[in-house]
Design a protein around this ligand. Sequence first.
Ligand code: PMV
Length: 334
Amino acid sequence: MRVIASAPAKIILFGEHSVVYGKPAIAAAINLRTYVRAEFNDKGAIKIEAKDIRVPGLTVSFSENEIYFESDYGKAAEVLSYVREAIELVKEEAGRNNKGITVSITSQIPVGAGLGSSAAVAVATIGAVSKLLGLELTNKEIGKLGHKVELLVQGASSGIDPTVSAIGGFIYYEKGKFERLPFMELPIVVGYTGSSGSTKELVAMVRRTYEEMPEIVEPILVSMGKIVEKAREILLSDLDESIRFERLGKLMNINHGLLDALGVSTKKLSELVYAARTAGALGAKITGAGGGGCMYALAPEKQSEVATAITIAGGTPMITEISREGLRIEEVIL
Ligand code: PMV
């Protein structure tokens, strides 16, 4: 038997950093996917192949306590610890058995870019392996297991990434609670700077500024929270699509300015943001922690112009849209 499952990347549309201070955030799944193929093998071991995960390829096998890396590239190895925990967790749910399982991964999501590649690989692995072992889990349950994997591997996590990846669409998040917002098409372009910032360090840096000057930083965070509320209102409204695009774009630009004020932008991120706006995007901002990573632009009818502008400014553009679907079973061969 063979199962192929896929799970999408995410972007934070609004509310990164302020979410750490209890304010809401809105995230969405985008149409860049990680594909996981799971099948039984007769060796009794777990084998993981990651041939194309947007970092140089490698193959890893492990059985019991031994891990064999055929080659080891830091970021890829990190991804594999999510895969390993995901398989272990599903095997536990299914009741222990010693069947060997081979998991092969391919991905369109750059690793370490703040697009939730770890959560997507965990969710797709849980989806494929649970189906292979005959477990009937809902996408919501798989999102929760994905959160567990994150907690096991990285120690702390809000659970936004695996929830969005499993469920898809737009998710409004506030203090541990998730709400699904109605779906709308958003023609976007994600621009990858090619480098990644450390989320942990950036969060700590904002915290230091907050502690030094709370009277300055607090209103910025309050304002970011209000931007998220406004964006939610727009997504829930029945205003014309063009008005919704225009207003969301304005909010993106304001949110970017506030993130810049907190010091999490970089020269490259701001260059990509301004290049996108100049090429006709209605709005452009950092997505995620900043310090590198990605920005995104809202660009109805201007996606290819904006993508070209991002390339010229030295970034890697990805033309995409919001993914209505989260985890998807692509193929089951008995
Ligand atoms: O690095 P990302 O894309 O997962 O985004 C981090 C978002 C922050 O708000 C900066 C941190 C957090 O834990 O919410």
